[in-house]
Design a protein around this ligand. Structure first.
Ligand SMILES: Nc1nc2c(c(=O)[nH]1)N[C@H]1C(S)=C(S)[C@@H](COP(=O)(O)O)O[C@H]1N2
Ligand SMILES: [Mo]
Length: 314
């Protein structure tokens, strides 16, 4: 299925790019003109979020249930930087999404800082419908647009000996009231192993429902590990570090007895305070059985066969 460009969503009227300008900009892409960086920079300086380029849905990843209504998925959020309620859209909308850069560093041959729009242009983007399971036992099914994490890592060439990858969320005290809650170990850092990062499911969304990713869902750029509890899928990422040491993740620091490093979904391993056997679907409110690895075992079970002594499920 072809995702058509849509214009004028979710950004203030004053920032909507006039059609003529969009067409000109695309002509410039085609020509690979030297003017392009200047145009892109001018747009960024104005805080304009460009529409996503056309892209295809990848049918290899089958949701096996209905897509969550867009309204539900974009208004019921966990994003503690903006507050601990599920209703943080208004606060998050104050976060400027351009310019936005991602620093990729650590044990890589070619450390680099990328502008988010450069990545969108350089890397193959596609749509994937993934299930997302929060550790709190609600779940949604979302069409993400993005690229595979492995494609980004290829650009920086991880070195031999690299074992983990960490993802750091933006810390913007001026727009993130949650950062004042100083008992939380900001910034939000989550991580995975190199093998997990190389798995084809590890995805970096820059869009959702065919549109650029909004702030409340981790715009402009986040990570998603669909087989793990949602807290591993860090939002609004500004830094990706390749390292040989296991990152101490945000939720592990808050409550190590409840939230570990691996956090793979397993219906048979209860959270210390509630069962994980079933989950509530956003939208319909239906309760459905939770699936091992959130239903992605065929892709990821092999990552864990030699890790039986690790606390893989919480
Ligand atoms: N930076 C940051 N990333 C975060 C969180 C957060 O509070 N801060 N919450 C996590 C949790 S608990 C979940 S379930 C998902 C929710 O993503 P969604 O709001 O897009 O559904 O984001 C995860 N990523
Ligand atoms: Mo979550």
């Amino acid at each position: 299925m072809l995702i058509r460009r849509r214009r004028g969503y979710e950004i203030p009227e004053s920032q909507v790019t006039p059609e003529g300008f969009v067409v000109n900009r695309r002509a410039l892409f085609g020509a690979g003109a030297a003017l392009l960086p200047g145009v892109a920079l001018a747009q960024q300086a104005a805080g304009v979020v460009p529409p996503l380029p056309e892209h295809q849905r990848n049918l290899r990843f089958r949701p096996e249930r209905d897509i969550t209504p867009e309204r539900e998925a974009t208004t019921y959020n966990n994003f503690y930087e903006f507050g601990t309620s599920k209703n943080i859209v208004r606060e998050a909308s104050r976060m400027p999404l351009r310019p936005w850069t991602i620093q990729v560093d650590g044990m890589v041959a070619k450390p680099a800082t990328f502008g988010v729009d450069d990545l969108i242009r350089q890397l193959p983007i596609e749509e994937r419908i993934y299930r997302l399971r929060c550790v709190e036992a609600w779940a949604m099914t979302v069409p993400w647009t993005g690229f595979q994490l492995s494609e980004l890592l290829k650009l920086v060439e991880p070195q031999a000996g690299a074992r983990y990858v960490s993802f750091t969320t933006a810390s913007l005290p001026a727009v993130m009231p949650g950062l004042r809650q100083s008992w939380y170990p900001w910034p939000h850092v989550e991580g995975c192993t190199m093998e997990e990062a190389g798995n084809e499911l590890a995805f970096m969304p820059v869009g959702m429902y065919g549109k650029p990713l909004q702030a409340q869902n981790g715009g402009p750029f986040r990570v998603v590990f669909p087989w793990k509890y949602g807290f591993k899928s860090g939002k609004s990422v500004v830094r990706i570090t390749v390292t040989d040491r296991r990152p101490e993740n945000f939720w592990f620091k808050i409550q190590p007895s409840e939230y570990g490093f691996w956090a793979n979904v397993n219906p048979e391993v209860a959270h210390p305070r509630w069962s994980q056997a079933t989950e509530r679907l956003l939208g319909s409110g239906e309760r459905v059985p939770t699936r091992l690895f959130n239903g992605y075992g065929e892709f990821v079970a092999g990552l864990y066969t030699n890790l039986q002594r690790e606390r893989l499920w919480a």
